[in-house]
Design a protein around this ligand. Structure first.
Ligand code: NAG
Ligand code: NAG
Ligand code: NAG
Ligand code: NAG
Length: 685
């Protein structure tokens, strides 16, 4: 204000002379009486020059507006009058929750419709009335657990929940028969090695652990010799001699030994067969250990959005931040499905229908516990966990109380979220022991956190130097710290598995490990009595819930009633089961994959299991379209960019051909449809 006050006179004089010259009149009445003829002429000449310049400026502003590309330069050459009127004009349209027409209509024609049979709900997008699949299934009793609103709503319009308060059924809900993208693989046989193992011996799954690993990328699970990351580490040393390479490789060989055992993938570093001392060793017989899945993409690079996908088999809402906590999740989460199993048992007085050779665990109730060593208050995670149906949750808030069971002086907060994972080790043991004592089946979920920014490790953890050091500075300090946290968490995973060994439940526990925060993520379904097999499926973590349910049914770990319910529910989820051959296409349709990019509402990753392409679709202005072909550019180092689809498609065509260009065209439309469809399913206004 002081500045503008000081400038007022100067600006007035300038503006006055400018407008005077443009309109050839003087706006001021103040005529200088001392004007001589000579000075008058001089002034007229000056005015003419000023007028030419002023007209040029106006022409340039208007001209620029006309010729400049709309995106991303629309903030440029904005002048006050334009910007003002644009602000008045652009009222953003409210989101429509009505049915969106599916863009690839030729693929969903009546000739492709499938009739319902068995537990399969049929497939007839847009043919709601012609194919009646929504009935009340046998397992749907009067009071269903939370998460099953859409089955409740088939009877009454307003109903009472278990807690007694009235609730309206959701306006829109997911109908598998109506989903133009849904491709099922439940009609395929379970892959041979798993089917054989299940047939030959008992593979009980009495407990399920789901470990979501913060910032765990596939390229560190395990780290591999000759990978892009390995080359990056070596290239931080300028012309390293063989001794240095050997030293670095030796350090890297100890980075992810647990991940190597869990995945059955060798890092390729360890020539001497040296194992890291004191770490967990797999007790499974050789050739056993479960399923390692390659090709998995995250559902969202925002952790809690991907948590919703991992636990509930849904696509999160493509808007910024965790609006999911304010909405109803459109599928039952796995904890709620297990609750349903409890209720089905509560109902039945006679549970004699058990098959021979199956242990009595089938008749036990499930409990669900969430545990993490950091705060549960960030982004309303505690609300979300409650909503997803966890019976109990332990966060740093609880363990940091001096009255906490395992509180001890000197508990060290390692980052702004809380403690390192090992602080919850005694709580984990308690949770497992309690479940065993109470004769309960445990669904345990855990979120690792040390691998989050700022990548610090506890004081007593020895940090290694992987990258070169220049003087006192590390070349890649953050990345070096990240690798140290990766090693810390790798050891921690071993601790978790050790608890299972020590408490004697390892052989009856399915451990699901899934990465987060990155697009290529690890996914492992570990069970010591399942054969160790490698599967490639270009899918997302949406497949986790269906795969767990499928495994529970196929291994005979559920009683007849629960199995029937589970088989029925399996047909309600969008994801395919990963213990059956993944169906990348069906009747010309592709199995699309969507990944929401942090913070949620700005970009969407669109891919398909049928092609090696990936499109980053901007959901807001100011972001580019990005295309990559993973066959020719597996590390996505040379993506093709464009400010619009019209700009991107010809570039893709000239580099990767017509088929790729066609795919981008479809991917953009399907991506936008998916975004609108998520908002509809979540009843997000
Ligand atoms: C193997 O382990 C021994 C003992 O821990 C150690 O001295 C040696 O350096 C290790 N060798 C390699 C190649 O890591
Ligand atoms: C199992 O859970 C159901 C529903 O919550 C309940 O009715 C039943 O009594 C429980 N059974 C046991 C043995 O605790
Ligand atoms: C788990 O099963 C394997 C293979 O049958 C067996 O060798 C091992 O002793 C079992 N472990 C426990 C703790 O029962
Ligand atoms: C998965 O994608 C990769 C990379 O695009 C491709 O090479 C591979 O063939 C695909 N696998 C399957 C099973 O579709």
């Amino acid at each position: 204000m002081v500045l503008s006050w000081a400038c007022t006179t100067a600006i007035w004089v300038m503006a006055n002379s400018l407008f005077s010259s443009v309109f050839s009149t003087k706006f001021t009445e103040k005529i200088d009486e001392e004007l001589t003829l000579d000075r008058l002429q001089q002034n007229t000449r000056r005015q003419r020059v000023v007028r030419i310049w002023a007209l040029c400026a106006v022409a340039l502003t208007v001209g620029l507006r006309l010729v400049r590309p709309q995106v991303p330069y629309n903030h440029m050459s904005g002048a006050l009058p334009f910007t003002f009127f644009e602000a008045l004009r652009s009222k953003s349209k409210p989101d429509q929750l009505g049915d969106q027409d599916f863009p690839l209509s030729e693929l969903i024609g009546e000739e492709y419709w499938e009739a319902p049979h068995g537990h399969f709900k049929g497939w007839a997008p847009g043919g709601d009335d012609k194919i009646d699949t929504i009935g009340r299934p046998e397992w749907a009793s009067e009071f269903l657990p939370h998460g099953f609103q859409r089955w409740e709503s088939t009877l009454e319009s307003v109903y009472e929940t278990e807690e007694g308060h009235e609730q309206k059924p959701p306006k829109n809900y997911y109908k598998p028969a109506n989903d133009p993208l849904r491709i099922t693989n439940l009609n395929q046989n379970v892959v041979e090695p798993i089917a054989r193992a299940i047939k030959n011996h008992n593979v009980p799954i009495n407990h399920v652990f789901l470990v979501m690993m913060e910032s765990a990328r596939k390229d560190i699970f395990p780290i591999k010799a000759d990978s892009h990351l390995h080359h990056e580490i070596l290239s931080s040393y300028h012309n390293p001699d063989p001794a240095i390479i050997q030293l670095v490789n030796s350090k890297l060989s100890h980075l992810t030994p647990i991940a190597e055992q869990l995945t059955g993938e060798s890092s390729g570093f360890r020539s001497s067969g040296n194992r890291s001392e004191g770490l967990w060793k797999d007790t499974a017989e050789s050739g056993m250990g479960g399923i390692n899945v390659n090709g998995i993409l995250t559902g969202s690079s925002l952790s809690f959005k991907s948590a919703v996908m991992n636990h509930c088999g849904v696509g999160p809402i493509p808007v910024d931040f965790m609006d999911e906590v304010k909405a109803e999740i459109y599928q039952p989460c796995i904890m709620q499905v297990l609750d349903l199993f409890n209720q089905l048992k509560g109902d039945s007085t006679s549970s004699t229908g058990s098959r021979i050779g199956i242990n009595d665990a089938q008749h036990r109730n499930w409990t669900s516990v969430f545990l993490q060593s950091i705060t549960g208050l960030y982004d309303d995670q505690d609300v979300l966990n409650n909503q997803m149906g966890f019976k109990k949750a332990i966060y740093s808030e609880e363990i940091s109380r001096s009255s906490a069971k395992h509180y001890h002086p000197g508990m060290e907060e390692i980052n702004y979220f809380g403690y390192a994972e090992r602080e919850v080790y005694p709580y984990l043991k308690d949770i497992v022991n309690e479940a065993i004592e109470n004769k309960e089946r445990l669904f345990f979920s855990h979120f690792t956190s040390t691998t989050h920014h700022p990548w610090s490790t506890p004081a007593d953890f020895h940090d290694e130097q992987y990258f070169a050091v220049d003087g006192l500075m590390s070349n890649h300090e953050d990345m070096n710290n990240y690798l140290n946290t990766v090693r810390y968490v790798d050891g921690w995973l071993g601790d978790i598995l050790k608890v299972l060994d020590d408490t004697g439940i390892a052989n009856e526990t399915l451990v699901v490990l899934v990465g987060d925060h990155n697009f290529r993520i690890p996914l492992v379904f570990r069970h010591p009595l399942l054969p160790k097999i490698q599967i490639t499926a270009n899918a997302t973590s949406m497949s986790i819930v269906p795969t767990i349910l499928d495994l529970l049914v196929q291994t005979g770990s559920l009683d007849d009633k629960d199995s029937t319910a589970a088989l029925d529910l399996l047909n309600e989820y969008e994801g395919q089961s990963l213990i059956r051959p993944y169906q990348a296409t069906h009747n010309g349709r592709q199995a699309w994959n969507f990944g929401i990019i942090n913070a949620g509402g700005t970009m969407l990753s669109v891919g398909s299991a049928a092609v090696p392409y990936r499109l980053i679709l901007p959901l807001a202005e100011d972001f580019e379209f990005v295309f990559s072909n993973l066959d020719s550019d597996p590390d996505e180092l040379y993506p093709i960019r464009g400010w619009s689809a019209e700009e991107l498609i010809p570039r893709v065509r000239s580099r990767h051909g017509e088929q790729a260009a066609q795919w981008v065209n479809e991917a953009e439309k399907v991506g936008r449809w998916w975004v609108a469809e998520r908002k509809r399913l979540w009843n997000f206004e």
